[in-house]
Design a protein around this ligand. Structure first.
Ligand code: OGA
Ligand code: NI
Length: 316
């Protein structure tokens, strides 16, 4: 069986096949994305130590007193550093999500064509090793994301390396999220209300913790409790737009746990992979046909698209 396992109903594929059976693997990933907008991968090659270290530093950070965390309050747009509880709300929602988070962006070094967009990171001095460990996870996920994008490119008839240069200086963000224990059991708010991701693809580790649900084609919520060690990768709205909805970005949410479990915190670390800020999101010609007319005749840059969305989710 080529599909290694099934988490809920979302396929989980074996990335070891990248070296031996890439074309078929790309086809199967493409099938999963067209159907679910989500796909799991095992043997993804992320070192367990890098993941464990990252969870440890982020846990330590979130456990710091409020006034310390506030020192790292993100700048406009919330794309670097700390965003407190009760700020972000999903599009079309009237109440904020039940989460706080920390964003790590790309380290640009000397060469930064967009210093106002690819802003410098913040590093909390209170947590030893934070910078090194956070960057290690960022880099591993960036590499892995490029491999997944190669599969996606192949699955829609693009050259395998089509995305490589287009994401090389992308405004990708690693988001460490802390969902605290639910204090008010009757709250109408949820940990993360129904939403679609903004970016090209999202890589989600920590998906073994319960709570994530995705909306299936028949409008029912299916839980994604992935097998241990798997990473879940989903399509975001930039990819949906680029492919003229050939690859859908599936709505998903994180629900509040029932009973005693509501007293437990939840941590997760999505990596939002973005194109370079000046990348033009222009419908791919071969995703346009008589049956599928171009839904987006006017292109938009990745950064314009991002800014528009940040306003909608109250980060700008
Ligand atoms: C997100 C998201 C899922 C999770 O931050 O966009 O969908 O499991 N997170 O925290
Ligand atoms: Ni999401």
């Amino acid at each position: 069986m080529t599909v290694a396992a099934v988490a809920g109903q979302v396929p989980v594929l074996d990335l070891d096949r990248f070296g031996t059976d890439r074309r078929k693997l790309a086809e199967e990933a493409g099938d999963a994305y067209r159907e679910f907008g989500f796909c799991g991968f095992i043997n993804h090659g992320l070192p367990a130590q890098v993941i464990d270290d990252a969870y440890e530093i982020f846990r330590q950070f979130f456990a710091l007193p409020d006034e310390v965390k506030q020192r790292y309050r993100s700048t406009a747009g919330g794309q670097r550093g700390y965003t407190p509880f009760g700020i972000e709300q999903a599009r079309d929602q009237s109440i904020p999500d039940l989460k706080e988070f920390w964003h790590v962006g790309r380290e640009m070094g000397e060469e930064n064509p967009w210093p106002d967009i690819l802003e410098p990171n913040f590093w909390p001095v209170e947590v030893p090793g934070f910078e090194t460990k956070a960057n290690a996870l960022f880099q591993s996920l960036d590499e892995l994301g490029k491999r997944i994008l190669q599969l996606i490119a192949m699955s829609i008839g693009l050259a395998p390396d089509w995305f490589d240069e287009r994401v090389a200086r992308g405004n990708s963000v690693l988001r460490a999220i802390h969902y605290p224990p639910i204090r008010d059991k009757d709250t109408p708010a949820v940990r993360a209300a129904r939403h679609e991701d903004i970016n090209l693809i999202t890589l989600l580790i920590g998906s073994s913790e319960e709570g994530l649900q995705i909306l299936s084609r028949d409008d029912t919520w299916i839980p994604v409790t992935s097998i241990p060690g798997a990473i879940v990768v989903n399509i975001g709205d930039m990819m949906k737009r680029l492919t003229n909805h050939v690859l859908p970005s599936t709505p998903h949410r994180v629900v509040n746990p029932p009973g005693a479990k509501s007293g437990e915190p939840r941590y997760s670390i999505p990596f939002f992979m973005h194109p370079n800020p000046d990348f033009l999101i222009e419908t791919l010609p071969h995703c346009i046909s008589k049956e599928r007319p171009d839904l987006y005749p006017s292109p938009i840059t990745a950064n314009e698209f991002l800014v528009e969305r940040l306003r909608e989710i109250k980060l700008l």
